[in-house]
Design a binder for this molecule. Structure first.
Ligand code: NAP
Length: 487
């Protein structure tokens, strides 16, 4: 059961739709239940937007666009800076909300608050550095001026696994660039985004610039917006199948689109690696967010000369983790998001065992309520196991071996995904060769986390396109206009 202080916090979060600066119920009064994945208990209910509510949110974003684009960049940046400070001041509340609706341990939620808030600080600084250029045509006849302008009203669809950061990573650059927006958080974790909308309003975001709608009728409400000619951009973070369907819908009006989709990250440990450092990196790359991250190491490929040592030390570390409700002291692994996610992880592990994998630790669902799964390490996993081909999205680490660098690279690239890869080696020349050969948008060398608000996050192949964060992040929300001037 939620404690009194947890209930008080949940009750402080608005549960309506935020449209044109007003909180309102769904037009047909329907609601969505929000569950605590550690207990299965309903925490609260939020509004379930209809198609008409979706249109109203876009109406508001369209109406606010011209004024917001004309707001001085410094003012837009100052709002973001205030929001960074306000989130940081309320870090404990945001962390608790995320842990309650998503399940991760409180320490990890605090980490996400720091990471998520940082996008606002970074883009508060970028708002005043939007530049065009001026040059003379090579034949001297005309002058070439380019200017950057906001793309315009944007639809943002975010997933449940990072309820704050996946929003701030889009909202930050959009506000900095001068775009208005409709945000649709995941139905399973709407509370963090609703609390954020409240905070952004307090920090000065004008009515209509940011609109947030929660809905269970997701496809029905999103599709008309994507096909609405007033919408100018779609940015989506979520699964690859949904991303592909949205790209198809957006083709009708050739929308600007950014897609942050699924991953199947290889984690390479070469024979010259510092094995202890690799185990440390493996814990982060695998267990951050309970393994429910697009960046989660999905395939451990270890040189045969170090596989025994790496596997033993990694399994020992995994065995020491404590599974439980993320609010409890000492808990390091929370529940999976729902029963469906847990059933899928169970199915993948069972299939690998049938194909000959050995369980070094864990291997089963656990707990008498909630959706817990044991931290698991599997050795001798054949590379045709589903675990190696599909996103696991849980605390399961499958290990396989390689004997040459070429084999390691070939196995790492043998996936339709291309978000992130990790490699551990002490050789500089191998770092260069491997970084160049890996077909991924990001590579972590001797480190198990690459996410950083000041770096361009994003993938290739079926992991999508577009970059979030870094100098590149704001470009996703800007158009380049060229003006030719005869002197
Ligand atoms: P999902 O099922 O694709 O859902 C993501 C969002 O899309 C949710 O808001 C969901 O709404 C919405 N959605 C679902 N069906 C839709 C439709 N037909 N039309 C429009 N919107 C629709 O993914 P998820 O399970 O929440 O998130 C996990 C996935 O996200 C994983 O594949 C993970 O790798 C990926 N991810 C990628 C990144 C990255 O940066 N590359 C970061 C984080 C996560 P409802 O909740 O209402 O269904």
């Amino acid at each position: 059961m939620a404690t009194e202080s947890e209930k008080t916090l949940i009750d402080s979060v608005p549960t309506g739709l935020f449209i044109g600066g007003q909180w309102r119920d769904s037009s047909d009064g329907a609601t969505i239940k929000v569950e605590d994945p550690a207990t299965g208990e309903v925490l609260t209910e939020v509004a379930d937007a209809t198609v008409a509510d979706g249109t109203a949110a876009l109406d508001a974003a369209v109406a606010a666009q011209a004024d917001w684009a004309a707001t001085p960049p410094r003012d837009r940046g100052e709002i973001l800076r205030r929001a960074f400070e306000a989130i940081t001041a309320r870090a404990d509340d945001f962390a608790m909300l995320m842990t309650l609706e998503m399940g991760k341990p409180l320490a990890e939620s605090r980490g996400e608050v720091t990471y998520g808030a940082e996008f606002f600080r970074w883009f508060s600084e970028e708002a005043v550095r939007i530049h065009g250029r001026w040059s003379t045509a090579p034949n001297g006849a005309t002058r070439l001026m380019t200017m950057k302008q906001p793309v315009g009203p944007t639809l943002m669809i975010t997933p449940w696994n990072f309820p704050l950061a996946m929003g701030t990573r889009k909202i930050g650059p959009a506000l900095a660039a001068g775009c208005t927006m409709v945000v649709k958080p995941a139905s399973q974790t709407p509370l963090t985004m609703l609390a954020l909308a409240d905070l952004l309003t307090e920090c000065g975001v004008p009515a209509g610039v940011l609109n947030v709608i929660t809905t269970h009728r997701t496809g029905d409400v999103m599709e008309p917006l994507i096909r609405d000619p007033r919408l100018r951009k779609l940015t989506f973070t979520g699964s690859t199948p949904v991303g592909k369907a949205l790209v198809e819908q957006s083709a009708e009006q050739l929308l600007r689109v950014s897609m942050e989709l699924g991953g199947n990250a290889p984690f390479l440990v070469f024979g010259d690696a510092d094995v202890d450092k690799a185990v440390e990196g493996a814990m982060l790359a695998k267990m951050r967010n309970i393994g429910e991250a697009c960046t989660a190491a999905n395939r451990f490929l270890v040189h045969e000369s170090v596989v025994e040592e790496f596997s033993r030390k990694f399994a020992d570390r995994m065995a020491k983790l404590t599974v439980g409700r993320g609010t409890e002291d000492g808990v390091t692994v929370g529940p999976l998001i729902d029963d469906k996610a847990r059933a899928k992880v169970t199915e993948l592990v069972d299939e690998a065992r049938e194909k000959g994998a050995t369980v070094l630790v864990g291997g089963s669902a656990t707990g008498d309520r909630g959706y817990f799964f044991e931290p698991t390490v599997l050795a001798d996993v054949p590379t045709d196991a589903r675990l190696f081909r599909e996103e696991i999205f849980g605390p399961v680490a499958p290990i396989s071996t390689f004997s040459t660098d070429d084999e390691a690279i070939a196995k790492a690239n043998d996936t339709e995904y291309g978000l992130v890869a990790y490699a551990f080696t002490e050789s500089l020349s191998r770092v260069i060769r491997v970084s160049e050969a890996l077909e991924f948008g990001m590579v972590g060398i001797n480190q198990g986390i690459v996410s950083n608000p000041s770096a361009p996050f994003g993938g290739v192949k079926h992991s999508g396109f577009g970059r979030e964060g870094g100098f590149e992040g704001i470009e996703e929300y800007l158009e380049t206009k060229y003006v030719g001037i005869a002197p």
